[in-house]
Write a protein that binds this ligand. Structure first.
Ligand SMILES: Cc1cc2nc3c(=O)[nH]c(=O)nc-3n(C[C@H](O)[C@H](O)[C@H](O)COP(=O)(O)OP(=O)(O)OC[C@H]3O[C@@H](n4cnc5c(N)ncnc54)[C@H](O)[C@@H]3O)c2cc1C
Length: 357
């Protein structure tokens, strides 16, 4: 830890799209990175959560990845990036260049363990010591908080439970019987990748998949999802899944998968047994692995001492600011949880921070 790390005006936790975007705007307001504000990230290198995603995920295979603000200065754009190499590599490369170009001086790996009050200041306790700050921006995303729903018998399963966050590549499942759970684009991506590699593939979802007749996420779908997330954040409620607002665009690749009988979902199983799963009609499928593409929750455990959580299960957040503590901002949270939303939250939050300092 350098001497300037023990106290600062603003601490940003997380150097993904949301944290970098806030940093960019703070710099535009003439705060100096490394002294006026510090960014801590526990990842080993640049790239936010993208550095951990699976190899087969390419730009364009999920939704659109928006450029960071000011990225045009570097002469690169995700819109024109190479789509044949893994998204994790492209994003990590562009973010690293971005951090260097704007001199953002991200401290890594620094794992933030707890944030608590000390008089009028906030103390950020992390793997390198403690930093006192006037303002905190939490931009920790969701990747570190995988969600797996509970089903009876889970613990008795002799095969592997693999959540999206632990999925590496289809080869992990060669010649195995695999059940994929989840109704979003990640589950569909896994099924398409596992076809012809796994011995048998079964897809289970809690609700019928909500296909939308479009080639990519529509503006209307995006707006509806953002409004749904915003209402939950303002109500201090747990956030709904993104796919419940956007639905799944029925791309040509997905339509072809349905046509050839690969993408046919069935109702969730009722219990897990040592060698497979039991369906509502009491039939049984043998399984070597269950892939849980069941999403993530916002990663907020380290903020517990600040007691921001409402009885309704979430944090009350309006325009990126925590309602119960005006010194705390949540970037990339709720309505801002996409790469375009993360950019927007950067601008909105940086303006409010400047008004406070
Ligand atoms: C499988 C998948 C595919 C997606 N595809 C798209 C897409 O195509 N387009 C799109 O717009 N969005 C997509 N998203 C949503 C996407 O994650 C966000 O849009 C965006 O990348 C999130 O940025 P972020 O900065 O909020 O979080 P992240 O990228 O997760 O960054 C958070 C950072 O915080 C750090 N961190 C977390 N906790 C701590 C801690 N306690 N201490 C220190 N550091 C910490 C992490 O190391 C990480 O670097 C996808 C999400 C998933 C899960």
């Amino acid at each position: 830890m350098t001497p300037s790390d023990s106290s600062t005006q603003v601490v940003i936790i997380g150097a993904g799209q949301a944290g970098l975007s806030v940093a960019y705007y703070l710099r535009r307001f003439e705060l100096t990175p490394g002294t006026d504000f510090l960014i801590f990230d526990r990842g080993p290198r640049a790239g936010g959560a993208w550095q951990h995603r699976w190899k087969a995920l390419k730009l364009g295979s999920a939704h659109r990845v928006n450029d960071l603000p000011g990225m045009a200065e570097l002469g690169v754009s995700f819109a024109t990036a190479d789509r044949s190499i893994p998204a994790k590599e492209v994003v990590a490369d562009y973010y690293a260049r971005y951090e260097r170009h704007f001199g953002l001086a991200v401290r890594r790996p620094v794992d933030v363990e707890r944030v608590f009050n000390r008089g009028p200041d906030l103390v950020v306790a992390h793997s390198n010591g403690e930093t006192t700050t006037r303002v905190l921006v939490n931009a920790t995303g969701t990747w570190g908080s995988p969600f797996v729903p509970f089903y009876p018998g889970m613990g008795s399963f002799r095969g592997r439970h693999v959540h999206t966050s632990a999925y590496v590549e289809a080869e992990q499942f060669r010649d195995q019987n695999v059940i994929v759970v989840g109704g979003g684009t990640s589950a569909i991506g896994f099924l398409l990748e596992l076809e012809g590699v796994a011995a048998e593939l079964t897809w289970a979802t809690r609700r019928p998949v909500d296909y939308r007749d479009e080639q990519s996420l529509s503006v209307e779908g995006g707006i509806a999802a953002v409004a749904q997330q915003d209402a939950a954040a303002r109500g201090g409620q747990a956030l709904p899944s993104i796919v419940s607002g956007t639905g799944v665009p029925l791309t040509r690749r997905i339509a072809a998968g349905i046509e050839r009988g690969l993408l046919v979902e069935r109702e969730m199983f009722t219990r897990i047994e040592p060698d497979g799963v039991r369906w509502p009609d009491r039939s049984f499928s043998r399984a070597d692995a269950i892939v849980w593409a069941t999403g993530f929750r916002p990663e907020l455990r380290h903020l517990a001492p600040l007691r921001l959580r409402e009885k309704a299960g979430g944090v009350h957040v309006e325009s990126g600011a925590a309602w119960l503590d005006p010194r705390v901002f949540l970037a990339g949270y709720g309505p801002y949880a996409s790469t375009i939303g993360a950019n927007r939250s950067g601008r909105v939050i940086a303006r409010q921070i400047m008004a406070q300092l």
